[in-house]
Write a protein that binds this ligand. Structure first.
Ligand code: NAP
Ligand code: HSE
Length: 420
């Protein structure tokens, strides 16, 4: 029998314990041994829980215990979780985690510390979708040309609700009640959770070691109902996308932002808590992955699959590389070199010459307008326009010039548009 200690018996931890009991037969047959949770670590042992396992508040009783063979970290956070995982590894115990925030900051260090010890983290990206195994194992023959993903269930749940006329705050509250959101939901809505996940995928795809602060990350907090109206009228959906694009031999664009996506694209059809990832490999072409991105059971499905993998004795390298790349490390493409189509929402004075001035500012920066909608508001006009492919540096300069205009009644807002 393999004895497991779980650090964190909350939404995911409880579902892991329940799954191990509910599917005991099939899990034992697939792993070759029975897997049993012998101890859980929590902050407040007096809290009522849906599972009955021995509890402690001291993680060392799990990470240092002779009675525990494998440690599963499901507490969240970065530095405290790092201590827990490091303690488990230094006591020779394989580790499984669902903690993308921890991995976003410490994945390469933890890979070093783990050495030959198994370290699995399938649940950290895409909830129940086996995207890590797909990328690290199934696609290991490929150079990864591009990855585009909806990686945050909470945001996709909110965006789906807003698209149907719902309100941001109530949708967020519901996502929290359903166990989708992080303990601090700011990480969901400001794009950081998606960035954490993108960096994990990028490490497996490109062996690149960058931090969330190094990449472009924008959240969904500034979206307004009128942006959804524009999207609807122009044939787009708004999705929070994580994007990785290989540029040249060894450069990669990594970014997270709300994106206008043509309705015809498959990722546009992903609704509610569901996640989806498109991965393009140079040998295989485009592959697609879809499934529930958050919630106790979806996540437990991935955590328990990692447990089975560990019990079977898998020795796949944590991030998928046995040696450094001979051509050298991948470098991040600077933000200003990003190229995309764009959408602007401008609140301007309703007077002659305004539109001409805006067109001339955009023309000075080589930005060509594709679509334009004007909506009358009380005391001002809302201009919604999309552009042909432009450079981020030109867009930022145009925004600076627009901000300086007296006719601007609102802070300009923009989104990137991903045309295929
Ligand atoms: P949660 O419901 O807040 O549960 C966290 C658990 O950890 C609770 O049992 C809590 O104890 C315990 N804990 C927290 N800090 C602790 C500390 N310092 N010492 C001891 N115990 C501590 O969180 P969750 O939703 O299960 O998420 C757990 C992890 O999975 C996070 O890393 C999250 O990002 C990741 N994840 C979550 C989902 C999801 O859909 N929820 C999906 C994928 C990945 P108390 O119960 O006593 O408070
Ligand atoms: N808070 C995360 C989400 C949990 O909503 O996607 C899954 O990682």
């Amino acid at each position: 029998m393999v004895k497991v200690g779980i650090v964190g018996v909350g939404t995911v931890g409880e579902s892991v314990v329940k799954t191990l009991l509910k599917n005991r037969d099939i899990i034992k047959a697939r792993a070759g041994k029975e897997i049993k949770v012998v101890k859980g670590v929590v902050r407040d042992p007096s809290k009522k829980r849906g599972v009955d396992i021995p509890l402690t508040t001291d993680y060392r009783q799990v990470t240092e215990s002779e009675e525990v063979d494998v440690v599963v970290e499901l507490m969240g956070g970065v530095e405290e979780a790092y201590k827990v995982v490091k303690s488990a590894l230094s006591h020779g115990k394989p580790v499984i985690t669902a903690n993308k925030a921890l991995l976003a900051y410490h994945r390469f260090e933890l890979q070093q510390i783990a050495g030959e010890l198994p370290f699995q983290y399938e649940a950290s990206v895409g909830g129940g979708i086996p995207i890590i195994k797909a990328l690290r194992e199934g696609l290991s023959a490929n150079h990864i040309l591009q990855m585009s993903g909806i990686l945050n269930g909470t945001c996709n749940y909110i965006l789906t609700a807003m698209e149907q006329g719902g309100d941001y705050q109530s949708a967020l509250q519901r996502a929290q009640e359903l166990g989708y959101a992080e303990a601090d939901p700011t990480l969901d809505v400001n794009g950081m959770d998606t960035a954490h996940k993108l960096l994990i995928l990028a490490s497996v795809a490109y062996n690149i070691d960058v931090r969330p602060e190094d990449i472009l990350v924008e959240g969904i907090e500034e979206l307004s109902p009128v942006d959804f109206e524009f999207a609807q009228e122009m044939g787009y959906k708004i999705k929070l996308l994580a994007i990785a694009k290989k540029r040249g031999e060894n450069r990669v664009e990594l970014r997270v932002h709300p994106t206008l996506l043509p309705k015809t694209q498959l990722l546009s059809k992903i609704e509610g808590v569901m996640n989806g990832v498109s991965v393009i490999g140079d040998v295989v072409g485009e592959t697609l992955y879809y499934g529930p991105g958050a919630g106790g059971d979806a996540t437990a499905s991935a955590v328990v699959s990692d447990l089975i993998e560990v019990v079977r004795g898998s020795n796949t390298p944590m991030l998928g590389y046995k040696k450094p790349l001979e051509m050298g490390d991948f470098q991040l493409v600077p933000q200003m070199e990003i190229e995309s189509c764009y959408y602007f929402r401008l609140g301007v004075e309703d007077k002659i010459g305004t539109l001409a001035k805006i067109s001339s500012i955009l023309a000075e920066e080589g930005i060509s307008i594709k679509n334009l909608i004007q909506k009358q508001r009380e005391g001002y006009v809302k201009l919604l326009l999309s552009t042909h492919r432009s450079k981020e540096a030109n867009i930022q300069r145009a925004l600076e010039k627009l901000r300086a205009q007296k006719f601007m009644k609102r802070e300009p807002f923009f989104l990137r548009v991903e045309e295929k």
